[in-house]
Design a protein around this ligand. Structure first.
Ligand SMILES: [Zn+2]
Length: 101
């Protein structure tokens, strides 16, 4: 598992910026989730689409650091879908509710 510091270091590496560009061009600089939803993302955001796109780890970097540079584990998402995905994962039911007597 990677700490926050290790992850921010990872995102500054040259290897990451190269893989990131590969993923963006593989996905034609389009959010893959918008595509799935049938939205024409590029028409809406075409002035600054590059700034609005993130490359996301399907299996998150925190728990799967060995897949950090694996192109098949990476997907282009717009900022909106990227945030949506991460909000979903942080909404976990706290463990302590199970510990009733
Ligand atoms: Zn999207």
């Amino acid at each position: 598992m990677l700490t926050k510091e290790e992850r921010s270091k990872f995102y500054k590496t040259r290897a990451w910026s190269q893989v990131r560009l590969k993923v963006l061009s593989r996905d034609n600089y389009e959010c893959q989730q918008c595509k799935r939803d049938g939205l024409t993302y590029t028409n809406k955001h075409d002035t600054d689409k590059h700034k609005r796109l993130d490359v996301d780890h399907i299996k998150d970097l925190e728990h799967y650091p060995e897949l950090g540079l694996e192109i098949d584990n990476l997907i282009t998402l717009c900022v909106r879908h990227h945030n949506q995905k991460h909000n979903r994962f942080t909404k976990k039911i706290p463990k302590w509710t199970d510990e009733r007597w």
